[in-house]
Design a binder for this molecule. Structure first.
Ligand code: AMP
Length: 214
C-alpha cells in the first residue's frame, strides 16, 4: 500500500500515519521527522534545513525530493509506505509520480485531512511530541495518561519550536500558498479520499479501517 497523507500541519496526519503504518506493517516517511533528526544530529542536511524549518518555510525541493526518493526506494518500503508531509507543492507531487513510476509503483490512496484554519491553530499550539518515539499528543484532545510522559515509551514530551504562535502563522501561510493548491490536483484522482479531520481520533481511525478493509 502506497499512501499519501495530505492536509495542513496539525490536522492529525501524524497520529493516523502511525495507525496506518501498523495496519499494513509499512514505514512512515515523514520529511519533518527526518529533518528534525538531521538538525538534532547537526548533519550536513540538518545544517541546510535548519533555518527553513525554524522559520516555517519549505526546504528547497531538490533537497527534499532526493531525501524522499532514497526512502521510497529503500527495501523496507518494499510493501509500501505512508508519506506524511510530502508532497507539499505541485513540483513535489510531480516528482513523486515520476519516482514511483520509475520503480513500477503508484499511489494507492491519497487521504486529505480537511479542517478549518482556526481549529488548526488551536491544534498546533496544544500539540506535544515524544522526544524519543515521536508519538504526538494534544493537551486537550489527546492528553497522555501522565503529564508530559509518553504513554507508549515513557519518553518526555516537548513542544516543537515551530508549534509556537508566530511560526504557526508562517507555516499556515506556507501551506495556503504552496500546499493547498495540490489538494485540487489530487481531488481529481480516483484514489483521493477526504476525511473530516475534526472528528475524534477513534472515528477517523474506524473510517480509515473500513476504507482499507471493507
Ligand atoms: P512537519 O513536521 O511536516 O510540519 O514539517 C516541519 C518542517 O519541515 C516544515 O515546516 C518545513 O520547513 C520542513 N518540511 C517538511 N516537509 C517538507 C516538504 N515536503 N518540503 C519542504 N519542506 C518540508
Amino acid at each position: 500500500m502506497n499512501i499519501v497523507l495530505l492536509g495542513a500541519p496539525g490536522t492529525g496526519k501524524g497520529t493516523q500515519a502511525h495507525f496506518i503504518a501498523e495496519l499494513f506493517r509499512i514505514p512512515i516517511i515523514s520529511p519533518g521527522d527526518i529533518l528534525r533528526h538531521e538538525i538534532k544530529n547537526r548533519t550536513k542536511l540538518g545544517m541546510i534545513a535548519k533555518n527553513f524549518v525554524k522559520s516555517g518555510k519549505l526546504v528547497p525541493d531538490n533537497v527534499i525530493v532526493d531525501m524522499i526518493k532514497k526512502r521510497v526506494e529503500n527495501k523496507n518500503a518494499k510493501s509500501g509506505f505512508v508519506l506524511d508531509g510530502f508532497p507539499r507543492n505541485l513540483s513535489q507531487a510531480k516528482a513523486l509520480e515520476e519516482m514511483l513510476e520509475s520503480i513500477g509503483k503508484s499511489i494507492d490512496k491519497a487521504i486529505y485531512f480537511d479542517m478549518e484554519e482556526k481549529k488548526i491553530v488551536a491544534r498546533l499550539s496544544g500539540r506535544r511530541v515524544c522526544i524519543d518515539c515521536g508519538e504526538t499528543y494534544h493537551l486537550q484532545n489527546n492528553p497522555p495518561i501522565k503529564d508530559n510522559i509518553c504513554d507508549k515509551c515513557g519518553g518526555h514530551l516537548y513542544q516543537r519550536e515551530d508549534d509556537k504562535p508566530k511560526i504557526i502563522e508562517e507555516r499556515l501561510g506556507t501551506y495556503n500558498r504552496n500546499t493547498a493548491p495540490i489538494i485540487d490536483y489530487y481531488s481529481k484522482k480516483d484514489y483521493f479520499l477526504a476525511v473530516n479531520a475534526d472528528d475524534n481520533i477513534e472515528s477517523i481511525r474506524n473510517n480509515l479501517r473500513r476504507e482499507f478493509i471493507p
